[in-house]
Design a protein around this ligand. Structure first.
Ligand code: CU
Length: 77
């Protein structure tokens, strides 16, 4: 997957598309599109700036993450 500075993610009931993204270890812009029937959001479980590593991304609304609206962000140096 190409290294991205702008990451486009569709939030669906109950999945992220794509659910695995890779970005360079600098500013990453997330562009979110809610394609679900209910309210969604996205949270990266880390304070920015992101050192290289893999981070969980998820919808923090209710139990959506447990129902499948989650994925991974891989940051490479
Ligand atoms: Cu959600």
């Amino acid at each position: 997957m190409p290294l991205q500075d702008t990451v486009h993610i569709s939030l669906k009931n109950f999945s992220l598309d794509p659910d695995n993204v890779t970005g360079k270890a600098r500013t990453i812009t997330f562009v979110l599109q809610n394609e679900g029937r209910c309210t969604h959001d996205l949270r990266v479980e880390w304070q920015i700036p992101l050192p290289p590593g893999t981070y969980r991304i998820l919808c923090p609304v209710s139990n959506h993450a447990d129902r499948g609206t989650n994925g991974a962000l891989k940051v490479v140096s």
